[in-house]
Ligand binder design. Structure first.
Ligand code: GLC
Length: 748
């Protein structure tokens, strides 16, 4: 007994020392901040609030910028991509500025730096936190060798509208999946220690509701209910903060009438008081001064006042703080305490990064840019991100001997394949599908047919069709050039651009299997050509190693493992369209659905159908959230609950048997969805609450279990009370969000 006491006492002592140590470190940190702050002039304090940019293609280092740094009027720099410039500017800051405060160098390192991974929407399709973590760790190692220590990532905007160009950068439509990825990205970027020279401080962006822009029109108005803000848009950011993200970027859009960069409820009450965020907030590019255009500030001076009062620490590129803060203080519109608090947050992050001890970049010579390990991880990510949407008659996987005609405007485009936000990826390192076929001595011929995705010139069609008639299969690799998604690049019509559809229809007449591979930054509507092709593989913009990933998938060396992180619409007119929608009082179903062509001519004016759907395209997506095929098939059976009564003290274990009914080994992503049948507010028809990836040999069966707790069911109601009412729930476990394998339980 005595030994047990001694053991427990020891544990308590260790824990107490640990807390004491942590508190001591924190006190020391805060002491260092106060000591430095006490020495700073007002000009220097305002200087820390400025993020200044240069063009990444700048050929000279401006004397004006160097002088500003020398006077302590710059807190951080954006897009300084010349290593010597980075070293020179940091030297000036730490040797010549009044208080030797180091700079932070920042860059958009979104899905890779030199080695480019699939676009974030593609990596979300992997449903694999390791993919997210590996991609951001590789990016951090490569970018930090250039002096970058702050990335403007992860982008955590929940997106439900494929017309929005920045859906390409998003984690998709689901807050649960986005939250798992958010944690992984932050861990990857920041690494095990913020003071490690390869650590990039993360920036959870864009705070908040950017993906809710009306009509998918970039920068546009977001109207978000309180419950949606807390149940849908905030969770990925909370997950990023729990993982230790050190910065947040405000979004360009207004939310409910207030631009995010001037929203005190958002930046102080929610971010600081409720979420206890203690890093710093940076505006997006000129988003502070854009509050004038929004009609929220009369001039840039008032914009500065509103942003500072809201709690926005650092102003990116615009100069309203630099030009107006002193005057606003003189006019008592702001207090020095507000300025001091903003500076404290920035200094706190700089101390945590170890910049005062190690201000200079990681000059470790053996940081291998494009190392074989990095390239292998990029290839694995591209395979895990690829979503097989159709595989009629099991055309895939191909036999190595198959004679393939490769056609299409994205089959051999090393730059386009990298996707949006890839300024630093060198296209010379890209492995395109054509390059991979060549490297593997495949039996193929290549003719582009169209020279770029928007090309409408049909002059090569005849030659393409002649070659196609001599091939066993046609491999059409099309989609969107990289510039057709990303910032400011929303599309109202999201079909394949140019004459791609026409060429596919012509190819279908040759009566050879047609494999369509899509490289794009968004779901592409396929109504006009879906029936013309046998295979549809969505690879998003797959990054540097996309060609090898595609080759391995086509020939069955690897199985496509992706599942849709976004609902895939039939037509753009359905958008926004998402699986976790509300049921409405008149939910559509196959029984009530009235198709436009079924309405008798001269029909009497009545509300035929009576449910929420479109007469012309119905109510279902092309492909549901969570959907994706592999090279085998699985059967779900025997869904069982350990009990149908969930209580505060008694969890439920749900189990299901999954059998690989196909001839090949394969992986399945088993997904758990739950519905709260009736709540204090209406609740989504289902919500993703868990997922597990399993591998099964042919004919092998495995039992998969999920534990369900009351916490899994909680949500915010309109009064922002977080909880759940007792009552009925439905549970599904299946291969995607349209799964019908269902059970019921009661929370009592
Ligand atoms: C852009 C983007 C933002 C990016 C910033 C810096 O306008 O909205 O995501 O990080 O400017 O490039």
């Amino acid at each position: 007994m005595r030994t047990i006491y001694a053991f427990l006492l020891g544990i308590i002592m260790v824990f107490a020392i640990g807390c004491e140590k942590e508190k001591k470190v924190s006190n020391q940190l805060e002491y260092n901040i106060e000591e430095l702050l006490s020495k700073m002039t007002l000009e220097e304090k305002i200087g820390q609030l400025n993020l200044r940019g240069t063009s990444s293609r700048a050929k000279t280092l401006s004397e004006e910028l160097k002088q500003k740094v020398r006077e302590g009027k710059v807190g951080a720099l954006l897009n300084v991509m010349n290593k010597e410039y980075v070293d020179e500017l940091q030297r000036i800051a730490v040797e010549e500025s009044p208080n030797k405060i180091p700079l932070i160098f920042s860059r958009d390192v979104i899905h890779g730096f030199k080695t480019i991974f699939p676009i974030p929407l593609g990596m979300a399709a992997s449903w694999d936190e390791e993919v997210a973590k590996n991609s951001s760790r590789v990016a951090a190692i490569e970018a930090s060798s250039f002096g970058i220590r702050w990335t403007f990532a992860p982008m955590l905007d929940i997106a439900k509208d494929a017309r929005w160009g920045r859906i390409a950068e998003s984690p998709g439509e689901d807050p649960y999946l986005a939250s798992q990825l958010a944690r992984a990205y932050v861990e990857g970027f920041q690494g095990d220690s913020l003071s490690d020279p390869t650590s990039l401080i993360a920036c959870a962006k864009h705070f908040i509701g950017y993906g809710a822009a009306i009509g998918g029109r970039d920068y546009n108005t977001a109207i978000i209910s309180k419950e949606q803000l807390h149940n849908t848009y905030l969770p990925p950011f909370e997950s990023a903060f729990k993982a230790g993200a050190q910065t947040v970027m405000t979004s360009f859009n207004e939310v409910n009438g207030i631009p995010a960069s001037g929203d005190k409820e958002l930046l102080t009450n929610i971010l600081r008081k409720r979420l206890k965020f203690d890093g710093f907030v940076v505006s997006d590019w000129n988003s502070v001064t854009e509050m004038v255009a929004h009609g929220y500030a009369e001039d840039e001076k008032q914009a500065a006042e509103k942003a500072i009062d809201a709690g926005l620490n650092m102003e990116m590129t615009s100069k309203s703080y630099e030009d107006n803060a002193k005057e606003l203080l003189k006019e008592n519109k702001l207090s020095i305490n507000q300025i001091d608090n903003m500076v404290r947050d920035i200094l706190r992050v700089k101390f945590r990064m170890g910049l005062f001890k190690t201000p200079y970049r990681n000059k470790n010579k053996d940081v291998e840019i494009y190392s074989s390990k990095h390239l292998e991880l990029a290839k694995e990510a591209a395979i895990k991100s690829s979503v097989l949407l159709k595989n009629e008659n099991n055309v895939l996987p191909l036999n190595k001997k198959t004679k393939v005609l490769i056609v299409g405007p994205l089959a051999n485009k090393p730059r386009e394949q990298l996707g949006t936000w890839t300024f630093d990826g060198d296209k010379e390192h890209t492995v395109t599908p054509v390059a991979s076929f060549e490297k593997n001595n495949a039996n193929f011929e290549f003719i582009e047919g169209l020279t770029y995705s928007r090309d409408t010139n049909k002059k090569y069609f005849k030659e393409v069709l002649t070659k196609a008639s001599n091939a066993d299969v046609v491999l059409f690799i099309g989609g969107e050039e990289a510039i057709l998604s990303g910032e400011a690049h929303s599309r109202a019509n999201i079909n394949l651009p140019g004459a791609q559809e026409e060429l596919i229809k012509e190819l279908a007449k040759i009566k050879k299997p047609v494999i369509l591979i899509i490289m794009a930054g968004r779901p592409i509507t396929l109504q006009n050509i879906k029936s013309k092709v046998d295979v549809i593989l969505m690879t998003w913009h797959p990054g540097t190693m996309g060609g090898d990933a595609i080759y391995d998938i086509l020939f069955g060396i690897k199985e496509p493992k992706g599942r849709l992180p976004i609902t895939w619409p039939k037509v753009a007119g359905q958008l926004p369209l998402y699986y976790n929608h509300k049921n409405t009082g008149r939910p559509a179903s196959s029984k009530e659905y009235v198709h436009i062509d079924s309405i008798p001519i001269g029909a009497w004016q009545s509300s035929l159908g009576n449910t929420s759907h479109y007469l012309d395209v119905g109510y279902e997506p092309e492909y549901p959230f969570g959907f994706g095929l592999g090279y085998t098939s699985f059967e779900y059976s025997n869904l069982k609950l350990s009990t149908t009564s969930l209580t505060d003290d008694n969890n439920i274990i749900a189990s299901i048997d999954i059998t690989n009914t196909g001839e090949r080994a394969g992986e399945e992503l088993v997904q758990l969805y739950i519905q709260d049948v009736a709540g204090n507010i209406t609740r989504p028809v289902k919500e993703l609450k868990g997922y597990k990836r399993i591998s099964l040999k042919s004919k092998e069966k495995q039992k998969v279990t999920f534990e369900i707790t009351v916490d899994d069911l909680k949500y915010y109601n309109n009064e922002l009370k977080y909880g759940v009412e007792k009552g009925k729930f439905n549970i599904w476990i299946g291969a995607n969000s349209a799964s019908k394998v269902k059970e019921k339980f009661v929370y009592e």
